[in-house]
Design a protein around this ligand. Sequence first.
Ligand SMILES: C[S@@+](CC[C@H](N)C(=O)[O-])C[C@H]1O[C@@H](n2cnc3c(N)ncnc32)[C@H](O)[C@@H]1O
Length: 278
Amino acid sequence: MRRQPLVTYPSASMPSENPFTSTESYYAEHRPQYGERPIAHIVDRFDLGERSRALDLGCGAGQIAVPLAAHAGRVVGMDPNERMIEEARERARTADASNVEWLVGSDADLRGAVGGEVAPLTVTTMGRSFHWMDRGPTLDRIRELTEPGGGVAVFGDTEWLTSGRRAWQDEVYETAREYLDELPERTGPRIEPYEDPYDEMLADHGFVDVEEAAFERTREWTVDGVVGYVFSLSFCSPATFGEEADAFEAELRERLEALGGPFEQDDEVRVISGRKPT
Ligand SMILES: C[S@@+](CC[C@H](N)C(=O)[O-])C[C@H]1O[C@@H](n2cnc3c(N)ncnc32)[C@H](O)[C@@H]1O
């Protein structure tokens, strides 16, 4: 049996332009960090240090770029959503991370001239973002821009609104479904084989020593956190609720308060990584 797929962010009801438009402040505050262990894993695996150069593609609000900055000489955070970049800058300021540069751009830009400006790279990370990209050509480009022995790492975690099975998660999903026609279906924990697994994709695009590391944890959410998390999702952004966003939020809060906590979530952060041959 294969592990569950790393991509757990359905893109079915993607609003036009950037799918994360209107989520940015919720994303920055409420989307979970990956924690120390996955970052330490990458630092060890690619022997990161003062001489290392990292790219975090689809960096969002800096959930990887900023903690990684403490372990590399230079980090570039790149994302097509300018407001996300602003949130990331703020996170870097707060963390006193002065060795991060921010670029507004997508995987397509990386495949163009921008790639030459960020190379040579020791490692490229992509957290909860790879599924938005033209993946094969992007992996080829990353491999070109990476120094031998360096590599690529795809981070993911558990999207609980569609895959969680706890009673409070049912309640959140049911509430959202009353407001949104195009909410992605509830899959439950996924155990079936999946198409284009990322480990195989990395190997198909010239990376070697491909491996997957998993880090389990249980987290507890507050009502504010649950509301913020839901609004951080591309398919539940405030923009997707439109004028009903306030009504949805009020109803969700009421239903969660009535249910009572604790709102526990089982989470697994997974990192799939591969190395460019020396
Ligand atoms: C779910 S967020 C992930 C943010 C952050 N990496 C993290 O791990 O929390 C996905 C990010 O991918 C970005 N994105 C969407 N399409 C992209 C593309 N074609 N190239 C690069 N990034 C993209 C979005 O703007 C968004 O900030």
